[in-house]
Design a protein around this ligand. Structure first.
Ligand code: UDP
Length: 320
């Protein structure tokens, strides 16, 4: 098959590119290299089956041309990372709203099936034990920029769903929970590469807030398996599935585990949210996915634990 991956030079996109190429497919990557990096595609570029286009999903002419050439679209391009969203709210909203509109329009024009990447951010402050796809969203004020990513992704989902309902365009939606692994950058806020990098250098590990907030971390290799299983199943058309690992850990315990595993001399220090982010920032206390739906529809479930994630991230950082 020929596939288009928007955002294919990013952390998740480049792992997907590698996998699809090693499965024998041809891949076109469209990426503006804002948060994506060309080095992420260096292995894929030697295959002879990768076409890289530096460009934006906001460029409808390019998007239409590429969509016309492929059998399937993975729309992963988005402005990501809490720091990025807070620093550049307008550009982020434009990419995440208008960009998705342009890609969906093109998919409809050429009748191409599309998988849209959404996010667990859509659940907002819902701290349920096990967030189910149909659960309520709990958000703060629209003027609190923290929620702008959640809002944009929610509209994207509704748009993709409406394309299926009204136009019968085969759309699939996935909600990524925290995904970690080699190539992820700490620069945009992501906690695991930040903590591991600090631990390897024996530098202070900075926890925001009191560290009692929890997260569940999925290994990017598991997440890629999940993405492909969703794309390959007819049963996932017109629906949304959570993708993530449901092993929960507090940020305090995460820091301790990373220090222990890397045999680091790092000290843990604490920083208030107000100092870490812009004032008025609200963190998510907890975010645990319910992964029954994807399991039922595709048979997928995660196989790699947090130790494997930390080891792989540490090995990648040391090698680079
Ligand atoms: N975090 C932290 N120190 C850091 C980076 C992040 O304590 O250097 C915290 C952050 O406040 C959040 C958690 O780690 O509670 C996960 O942050 P990340 O940005 O990785 O993901 P998200 O908040 O989107 O789940």
């Amino acid at each position: 098959m020929r596939l288009l991956i928007t955002g294919g030079a990013g952390f998740i996109g480049s792992h997907l590119t590698d996998r699809l190429i090693s499965d024998g497919h041809e891949v076109i990557v469209l990426d503006n290299l804002e948060t994506g990096r060309i080095e992420n595609l260096s292995a894929a570029s030697h295959s002879g089956r990768l076409t890289f286009i530096e460009g934006s999903v906001l460029d409808s002419e390019i998007v239409e041309k590429l969509v016309a050439e492929v059998d399937f679209i993975y729309h992963l391009a988005a402005a990501v990372g809490v720091f990025n969203i807070l620093e550049r709210p307008l550009a982020s909203l434009m990419t995440n709203l208008r960009g998705t509109e342009i890609v969906l329009d093109a998919a409809l024009k050429y009748s191409r099936p599309i998988l849209l990447a959404s996010s667990s951010e859509v659940y907002g402050k819902n701290t349920s034990d096990s967030l189910h796809e149909d659960d309520n969203r709990i958000l703060g004020s629209p003027l609190m920029l923290r929620w702008s990513y959640s809002q944009a992704k929610a509209i994207d989902e509704t748009l993709a769903f409406a394309y299926w309902e009204e136009k019968k365009l085969p759309t699939r939606i996935v909600r990524f929970f925290n995904t970690v692994g080699p190539r992820q950058l700490g620069a945009y806020g992501m906690v695991v590469p930040r903590f591991v990098a600090a631990a390897l250098d024996n530098e202070e590990i900075t926890i925001y807030g009191d560290g009692n907030q929890t997260r569940c971390f999925g290994h990017v290799a598991d997440i890629i398996d999940a993405l492909i299983s969703v794309a390959n199943s007819e049963r996932t058309i017109g629906t949304v599935v959570n993708i993530g690992n449901n092993e929960e850990i507090s940020i305090n315990d995460l820091a301790k585990k990373i220090i222990e595993m890397t045999e680091s001399k790092s000290k843990i220090v604490y920083l208030s949210y107000a100092d870490a982010y812009k004032s008025g920032f609200e963190d998510m206390e907890r975010r645990v996915p319910n992964i029954q739906r994807i399991k039922k529809l595709t048979g997928w479930s995660p196989t790699r634990n947090l130790e494997t994630i930390i080891r792989d991230v540490a090995e990648h950082l040391q090698a680079n």
